[in-house]
Design a protein around this ligand. Structure first.
Ligand SMILES: NC(=O)c1ccc[n+]([C@@H]2O[C@H](COP(=O)([O-])OP(=O)(O)OC[C@H]3O[C@@H](n4cnc5c(N)ncnc54)[C@H](O)[C@@H]3O)[C@@H](O)[C@H]2O)c1
Length: 596
């Protein structure tokens, strides 16, 4: 028989605690909600009210249910109010000594059979448990932010947690409508161990002016389908909490430099810029606690004014190449109303590309997304050629030939001779330094990267790469063109992986290392990232789709350029590639796809 939990206590009603109270009360469980002072208690009450009122306004909670929910919550200052609860969840700030003090006190106040749980993200549950006389009844119950929304709970058992306590807590999670993954006590558990290196890296990009906050966030949302960008997520988590988590992970997790908090974080915390909860973090919010971002001095002007930055007028575009990317890019430009000159290495190839563009446009017609007249007009705007000389009068060239530096350099040297002055020359490379390509011309100021994502007609993101020689006008032109294509152009520096791949692949590689260390299973790791962080796919699902060979190549590039020891490709990834397990394309990668 699973244990009955009729009353639970929650200690600390901040970002997480208030949400945890709501989760229990929504599911018919009485809650004793405890804070350190009256003002803090009042803040917790307001947070709970705000959240449930929003749920009512969105039609997700009936008014009567909200009122019943509030009646189940009893607010109190001080731990003494927890004398008769069945379970306590502690959600005070991420400091070991504070948590140990609270657990010692809880041990004294609570009934002997009460389970004591911590919501810590990174501290050792074992170290917290030994502050009590009942370490076998101490467990980690790690909710995700916002607790009422995110489905995942990480249940953390220590070496002394009693198996029946684990089973009881697992059953409770199910009653709360949550999905739990049960794991051992390790810094960051599953989700944060994979998330925080990425978040810290994104803060580093921002700190070094590699890209703006808006562009970093847009890149990860639009390029990877994440529910929010890393800097907006840092604001949601709270910068003080994030700092403590990183600091603990650095010290507990093998002193991985990637977890050493970026100095800017400490400065922001010291300055009181804690994120949403203080009304200002990486972004500025309407008021403390509000999710609504308001413009501030760093907010970029609306895209419409980009032309004012010296963007050049573009009417005619050359696209060089005949592969998947070139084909997609031709279609994108033609559909957006540009005159397009496609150049391939022979008229046979041109015919193939032409057929592919037609097929893709026809699909749009069949799906009702494109009128037949618009399809015909788009096709009418494309001219097909096998000689670069036809690019003499275009305003922009987009190169999408094979990913080999020597080939691209030779092509750019030819373009330099053929194209008129003032043309923007763009490469779609995803891994080569754009500056190498630019220096093959006499006009490096006009060369940019335009990194489209596959499939180009669908993906809403383009990374605009500016080298140290790119002129502001060329960058502005590239950005304006992206906007005219209906895409978001994010501007970044010329470093391996640009924004998206540099942030994405080390995380995927870390997931492989976690699997390799037998900390968890591929299924649980995928669950954790989907249900805890709202990712559209788990890391192993995504690796199998992208291809393990492609992923390994990108990770190797990052490692070679940045020399970051933590970026070293996971041996397991290398072995799978060597074994020919490349993912869906070979019907086997991390998973067996032969029957699907
Ligand atoms: N923020 C997140 O996204 C997130 C996600 C999962 C887990 N966590 C973990 O949850 C815990 C709480 O983090 P948070 O972000 O909610 O912090 P927070 O700073 O938003 O809230 C902490 C609350 O604890 C209260 N408090 C401090 N000392 C207390 C005491 N002695 N008795 C009672 N209350 C006390 C504070 O007044 C504050 O309201 C941390 O261990 C954190 O690592 C955070």
């Amino acid at each position: 028989m699973a244990r009955e939990f009729s009353t639970v206590g929650v200690v600390g009603l901040g970002t997480m605690g208030a949400g945890i109270v709501e989760v229990f009360a929504r599911n018919g469980i009485d809650v004793v909600a405890v804070e350190i002072s009256e003002p803090a208690l009042e803040r917790g009450r307001i947070t709970l009210k705000g959240s449930t009122d929003r749920a009512v306004a969105k039609g997700k909670l009936a008014e009567a249910d909200r009122d019943a929910l509030h009646e189940r919550v009893h607010f109190a200052v001080g731990l003494d109010a927890l004398h008769s609860v069945d379970l306590v969840i502690e959600a005070v700030p991420e400091h070991l000594d504070l948590k140990q003090r609270i657990f010692a006190e809880l041990d004294r106040v609570c009934r002997p059979e009460t389970i004591l749980a911590t919501n810590t993200s990174s501290l050792s549950v074992t170290e917290i448990s030994v502050a009590t006389s009942r370490p076998n009844q101490v467990i980690g119950i790690h909710f995700f932010n916002p607790a009422p929304v995110m489905k995942l709970v990480e249940v953390v058992r220590t070496v002394v947690t009693a198996p029946e306590v684990v089973a009881d807590v697992e059953a409770l999670c199910a009653r709360l409508g949550k999905v739990d993954v049960t794991i051992n006590d390790r810094a960051g558990f599953i989700a944060n161990a994979l998330l925080f290196g990425y978040l810290n890296h994104a803060v580093g990009m921002f700190e070094s002016h590699y890209a703006t906050r808006e562009d970093i966030d847009a890149a990860m949302k639009l390029g990877c389908g994440l529910p929010m960008g890393p800097l907006a997520l840092m604001d949601l988590i709270g910068l003080d909490t994030a700092y403590e988590i990183l600091d603990t992970m650095y010290r507990r997790g093998g002193r991985d430099r990637r977890h050493a908090p970026v100095p800017l974080l400490k400065q922001m915390v010291t300055a009181g810029l804690l994120g949403r909860k203080s009304g200002r973090g990486f972004y500025t919010y309407e008021r403390p606690g509000s999710p609504v971002v308001v413009p501030d001095e760093a907010t970029p002007p609306a895209t419409a004014s980009a032309l004012a930055d010296g963007a050049r007028a573009i009417a005619k575009v050359g696209v060089v190449g005949s592969g998947t990317m070139a084909t997609g890019i031709i279609e994108v430009f033609a559909k957006a109303g540009y005159e397009v000159v496609s150049v391939t290495r022979g008229m046979e190839k041109s015919a193939t590309v032409c057929e592919a563009v037609k097929t893709s446009l026809n699909k749009g017609v069949v799906r009702g997304k494109l009128a037949e007249t618009d399809r015909d007009a788009a096709l009418g705007r494309i001219s097909w050629s096998a000689t670069l000389e036809h690019l003499a009068d275009v305003d922009l060239v987009v190169e999408a030939v094979v990913e080999e530096l020597s080939v691209k350099k030779a092509l750019f040297a030819s373009l330099d001779e053929i194209c008129k002055p003032g043309v923007v020359l763009a490469t779609t490379t995803s891994s080569l330094p754009v500056i190498d390509v630019a220096m093959a011309t006499q006009r490096p100021a006009d060369v940019v990267g335009l990194h489209f994502f596959n499939p180009a007609p669908v993906m809403p993101l383009v990374e605009v790469v500016r080298t140290i020689r790119t002129s502001p006008e060329a960058t502005a032109t590239a950005r304006a063109v992206c906007a005219a294509l209906g895409k978001t152009g994010v501007v970044c520096g010329d470093r391996s992986g640009f924004i998206v791949n540099a942030l994405l692949f080390p995380y995927l590689n870390d997931a492989v290392k976690m699997l390799e260390a037998s900390y968890s299973t591929a299924d649980d790791i995928d669950h954790a990232m989907k249900l805890g962080c709202g990712y559209p796919m788990g890391p192993f699902e995504l690796l199998d789709v992208v291809g393990l060979d492609v992923s390994l190549a990108i990770q190797r590039e990052l490692y070679l350029e940045l020399r970051e020891p933590g970026f070293a490709p996971a041996p397991l990834l290398e072995h799978l590639v060597t074994a020919g397990y490349l993912g869906r394309k070979t019907r086997r990668g991390f998973r067996d796809h032969s029957h699907r």
